[in-house]
Design a protein around this ligand. Structure first.
Ligand code: TUI
Length: 315
């Protein structure tokens, strides 16, 4: 059994968070992960306050276990989302793509456990100072909005810089990844891409098939020139975005207009032509649809075996 202080902190059986993936992480997936003993997380990115309230209530109908909400700080609805999570007594929040500083006092006052997702040492330190109870150190192998450092270099540096527990994210999709994260000093992991193909994940079958068929070189990073690097699967949309981005005469506004709605088109409509299918580099390893419970049990069983196995090489 793999138990770390993170299990007690968040009242979970396995030290694993499910990434709060925009347009993907709804009540169905979050409840399934929480029921399986991890921490399921509802994406706050694609909802206004009332839509999120409905999703939180749906999740509560499906699980008695703790779950979280991800507050995407670039969301146009961030203010109302930040209020709704307090009104609905959500036990855990993760934040992404920015600095949650202005919201921290109200969340902490409400007794919410806040876990910022960070991509640098400086930001991890700041999060700890502002009252975060843990951080997710997210390397650039991840899908979606990414920072510059990769998991192998980022996680140990953040572990050295803060006293609060660190969960590693980015490039983790099986037991080997979990074992490696623990060796880097993390007390848990956050997994996104593998849960895209969970049976309880409600995204379009087109998206699931694209992930299952992806090979190791099938992701691409676009948007870096806008200061907003995003990793997704190579598709006609992402290649066109890349081409436009390279062109000197394209404005930031034009590119933003081109990208608007693409996440929804991928996840909800399965629009293979105009959708943006976010996925991490580990997609090449994700081959089978399973329930969230099967995934979690398989990953931790494998991590345990790996951790036991390497000790035979230590003399
Ligand atoms: O947030 C994510 N991943 C995401 S959000 C998203 S939705 C979206 N993304 C881009 C365009 C349109 C919609 C898809 N994927 N991950 C967490 C994360 N946060 N990764 C990196 C960061 C981060 C980056 C900079 C956190 C803080 C930060 O700087 C804070 C500051 O202000 O210094």
């Amino acid at each position: 059994m793999i138990k770390t202080p993170v299990c007690e902190l968040f009242q979970i059986e396995y030290p694993i968070f499910q990434g709060g993936m925009a347009w993907v992480a709804d009540a169905s997936l979050a409840a399934a992960v929480s029921n399986a003993g991890g921490l399921g997380i509802i994406a706050g990115m694609n909802s206004n306050g009332e839509q999120l309230r409905e999703e939180i209530r749906k999740c509560r109908e499906r699980t008695q276990k703790p779950f979280g909400v991800n507050v995407m700080l670039m969301s146009p609805f961030v203010e109302e989302v930040a209020r709704t999570v307090v009104e609905e007594h959500v036990p855990v929040l993760t934040t992404g793509a920015g600095n949650p500083g202005e919201f921290m006092p109200a969340w902490l006052e409400a007794g919410i456990k806040v876990v910022p997702v960070v991509a640098s040492v400086g930001f991890a330190r700041l999060a700890e100072k502002r009252g975060a109870c843990a951080v997710v150190a997210e390397g650039a192998e991840s899908g979606g909005h990414i920072g510059k450092l990769h998991t192998m270099a980022l996680v140990p540096q953040i572990c050295d810089a803060v006293k609060i527990p660190v969960l590693a994210a980015g490039g983790i999709g099986d037991g080997r990844g979990i074992a490696a994260a623990l060796m880097l000093g993390a007390q848990g992991v956050q997994v996104g891409t593998r849960f895209l193909v969970a049976r309880e994940c409600t995204i379009s079958p087109v998206y699931k098939e694209k992930v299952r068929k992806a090979k190791e070189l099938d992701t691409i990073v676009t948007g870096a020139s806008l200061g907003d690097a995003v990793r997704s699967l190579k598709t006609p949309f992402s290649r066109e975005f890349e081409k436009k981005e390279r062109g000197a005469d394209v404005s930031k506004e034009e590119l933003e207009k081109f990208g608007a709605g693409a996440l929804r088109r991928a996840a909800r409509e399965g629009d293979a032509r105009n959708g943006c299918f976010l996925a991490g580099e580990i997609a090449g390893l994700v081959k089978k649809e399973q329930t969230a419970k099967e995934m979690i049990e398989e990953m931790f069983e494998e991590a345990e075996k790996r951790l036991g196995g390497v000790s035979q090489w230590v003399k």
